[in-house]
Design a protein around this ligand. Structure first.
Ligand code: PEP
Length: 241
């Protein structure tokens, strides 16, 4: 069955003191109805803090990236196995902010495979730029990004979470309309074929006031939330929607 999932992406934000407060507020405030899950993806140095604050709670935690490599001479890289040691269940891969800095389709696919091999669920991000949308190539772009990962994973594609994040909606305050989100989610769902139970998240300026309309779409199973995940009241309101 497709679960309902809301994932916070803290990006490069946080600090020991504010993290403590945010994590405690989330823990105190989240009493999920059955089948709903909340996850926070925090910067690497705070994985231990998320683990300490959230262990034994119903909130999961994860990383924002993993290396495509298993280990060795890759200065600055962090492997999926290292992340898993901190109790993570999830890792984002292929976020557009990383793709924009040169992360290739092949690297994203390898990262998804590395995450699975370490027992993590990769949250694979796909999405088109504004220029691509205006050129009418949204479908080709997002399906191409999905195919690159699916070709690498084969049947294991069924074990990922997919996040549709139009690049033009991330951090801009512009949100895809429910119709725009549903149209792309349907395309992705159809392409997943036998793996159609993969949860499909929408991401891009999700806020408490637009979450319910997005979640009402047939093929939207939850959200990947950036800015609003840094405020407990907003993130909780989105998750409750
Ligand atoms: C994101 O970073 O994945 C994101 C969706 O950001 P925001 O919610 O701030 O647009």
């Amino acid at each position: 069955m497709r679960g309902r999932l809301v994932v916070g992406n803290w990006k490069m934000n946080g600090g020991l003191r504010q993290n403590d407060a945010l994590l405690a507020e989330l823990r105190a405030g989240w009493a999920p109805p059955p089948g709903r899950e909340m996850v926070v993806c925090v910067p690497y140095p705070y994985l231990w803090q998320a683990q300490a604050a959230l262990s034994g709670s119903v909130i999961g935690w994860g990383a924002q990236d993993v290396s495509q490599y298993a280990g060795g001479a890759y200065t600055g890289e962090v492997s999926a196995a290292m992340v898993a040691e901190f109790g993570c269940r999830y890792a984002l891969v292929g976020h557009s902010e990383r793709r924009a800095r040169g992360e290739t389709e092949a690297a994203v696919a390898d990262k998804a495979a590395a995450a699975l091999a370490a027992g993590l669920t990769p949250i694979v991000c796909v999405g088109e730029t504004l220029a691509q949308r205006e050129a009418g190539s949204t479908g080709a772009v997002v399906l191409g990004q999905l195919d690159a990962v699916a070709d690498r994973l084969g049947d294991r594609i069924a074990a990922v979470v997919l996040a549709y994040e139009p690049v033009w909606a991330i951090g801009t305050g512009l949100t895809a309309s429910p119709d725009q989100a549903q149209t792309v989610h349907r395309l992705l769902r159809e392409r997943l074929g036998a793996a159609a139970t993969v949860p499909l998240l929408y991401g891009g300026s999700v806020k408490p006031d637009n979450a319910a309309a997005l979640f009402a779409c047939q093929d939207v199973d939850g959200a990947l939330v950036g800015g609003a995940s840094l405020k407990a009241d907003e993130f909780l309101a989105i998750a409750r929607a």
